[in-house]
Design a protein around this ligand. Structure first.
Ligand SMILES: [Mn+2]
Length: 424
């Protein structure tokens, strides 16, 4: 069995919490008073906040990079086991990240059963499997230079389908129940790709993958506007993804990556539409200024994140319909920060937006919408968005055994310093 090395222990967290408990309690009571005046029971909100679950991507605990370089810090994970240790640490501190999404082949385990056992010893499990046919792997027969699932050559498509089914096989041993597929297929120049034929080939490949999955698995298809194909992308937007999901069948759902849209696209409306049509599978959270920047969730557009959760809460209140429980996952690239710190901060931002969305006075909002009172409708949303829900998040962690201030606890523990020595 692999070694965990240094870990942040219960005793350490208890001491950290002991120093902050009084302050958290006072802030919590004050906020509870304010929410009570708005007809909200704070303990119920705190319970819902603690029930949120966000999956961590195995690839994000290492330093990312751009095509201009990568600047790793010390103590980075060197294996999938060490990546799980870092993910387990984030769960230990935040208590809302019990699952890891594995990327194959970057984190292909030699022995999936052994990896599953190691994860269980850390108190975590596995989320969706993520396939990769957007780059060539050592020893593969055909190149994906001109596409994978939509390639013009049947042999290339079959190789890409086989890779996805291999991911499913690994996932079965790990206890995963879903496969996420994103492809880079598309064209860089006008005329390069036949739009219609390439989409038909992609759909046929998705049908083959879906047919090869166990009955209780879900298939998430992730669309993206552009990059690496800079002129046209085969699965480019939510409408196309919706069409594919609808055509292939009831186990196929659309995955919304916040960074995969043109600037200023109304993503919260995309979310509402997919929920309405019963085809929203889940999310990849991140944030961006210009394109698919993969910055930390909530760092650029926290109001947008809140509006997305507002629609998700609306959807849940209206009844899920054909939509599964949405799969929340972070998909970020940490280039200048400690990846664990960025992930802790992102988890907190995601949870914050969710809790703020729970505070919306939906009855008042419905009245203002009926009366066409735009000013008061916006004000109703802003009243929730501007509420400092920090005490709810902190109290939720105190009650579930996490750290009152997970980022501060991480630094106090000198985790990275320890790992720098272990992972020399
Ligand atoms: Mn993504």
């Amino acid at each position: 069995m692999a070694q965990t090395g240094f870990q942040i222990g219960e005793e350490f967290i208890r001491a950290h919490n002991e120093r902050r408990k009084g302050e958290v309690q006072r802030d919590y009571e004050a906020l509870g008073e304010r929410l009570k005046r708005r007809g909200l029971a704070i303990d119920r909100v705190t319970g819902e906040a603690s029930a949120l679950s966000v999956a961590l991507p195995s690839w994000a605990v290492g330093t990312g990079g751009t095509r201009f370089g990568r600047f790793p810090g010390g103590g980075e994970p060197r294996s999938v086991f060490e990546k799980l240790v870092d993910c387990g640490t984030i769960h230990t501190l935040t208590r809302v990240t019990p699952r890891v999404a594995l990327h194959i082949p970057w984190d292909r385990p030699d022995d999936p059963k052994e990896l599953a056992g190691f994860a269980a010893s850390l108190g975590i499990g596995f989320d969706a499997m993520n396939s990769n046919t957007f780059e060539d792997q050592k020893g593969q027969k055909y190149s994906y230079k001109f596409g994978s699932l939509s390639h013009t050559d049947r042999a290339v498509r079959e190789q890409a389908i086989a890779h996805n089914l291999a991911c499913v096989e690994i996932g079965k041993a790990l206890g995963s129940k879903a496969l996420s597929v994103w492809i880079g297929d598309g064209g860089n120049f006008p005329g390069q790709v036949d739009f219609r034929e390439s989409l038909e080939r992609y759909i046929a490949s998705i049908e083959a993958i879906e047919a090869g999955m166990p009955r209780d698995w879900l298939l998430y298809i992730e669309y993206k506007l552009y990059e690496p194909a800079f002129y046209s992308t085969v699965l480019n937007d939510w409408g196309t993804a919706y069409y594919v999901a609808e055509r292939v069948g009831p186990r196929v759902f659309c995955l919304v990556d916040l960074g995969h849209h043109a600037p200023n696209v109304n993503i919260e409306m995309v979310v509402a539409r997919l929920l309405q049509f019963g085809k929203l599978g889940g999310f990849h959270f991140n944030d961006s200024k210009y394109g698919d920047d993969d910055l930390d969730a909530g760092s650029m557009k926290p109001f947008q994140l809140f509006l997305v959760f507002h629609e998700l809460v609306n959807g849940a209140l209206r009844g899920r319909g054909k939509n599964p429980e949405p799969a929340y996952m972070i998909d970020q690239s940490h280039n200048v920060t400690d990846p664990v710190e960025s992930l802790i901060a992102s988890v907190e931002e995601i949870q914050r937006a969710y809790v703020q969305a729970l505070l919306v006075d939906r009855e008042a909002l419905a009245t203002f919408q009926r009366d066409n009172d735009a000013v008061m409708a916006l004000r109703t949303l802003k009243a929730a968005f501007t509420t400092d829900v920090g005490p709810i998040l902190a109290m939720g962690r105190l009650r579930t055994g996490g750290a009152a201030d997970p980022l501060a606890a991480f630094r106090e523990s000198r985790y990275r310093e320890h790992k720098g020595k272990e992972r020399a």
